[in-house]
Design a protein. Structure first.
Length: 81
């Protein structure tokens, strides 16, 4: 499942992900399990309200690596095609 982050169109980060959720462009959201809940909780709430599936099984480092960035990623939204 995390392999889709390397090939799918996505946005990385809280602000961009929340914007994609708000605009109805996100089809799935990954939240890092070791990220600060103060950062991820509002995103999770937005997903719940919008009916977007959330996966919280990967770490900051794993998400960052899957997105091919050199830092960790707390939130990644996979976009609809």
């Amino acid at each position: 499942m995390i392999t889709e982050l390397a090939s799918q169109e996505k946005v990385i980060g809280v602000k961009q992900s929340r914007k994609a959720i708000r605009e109805g462009r996100a089809k799935r959201v990954y939240l890092a399990c070791d990220a600060d809940p103060a950062i991820t909780a509002p995103v999770a709430q937005s997903c719940l309200e919008s009916g977007i599936p959330v996966l919280e099984t990967y770490t900051l480092a794993q998400l960052g690596q899957a997105c091919r960035i050199t830092v960790g990623a707390s939130v990644v939204a996979v976009l609809s095609e």
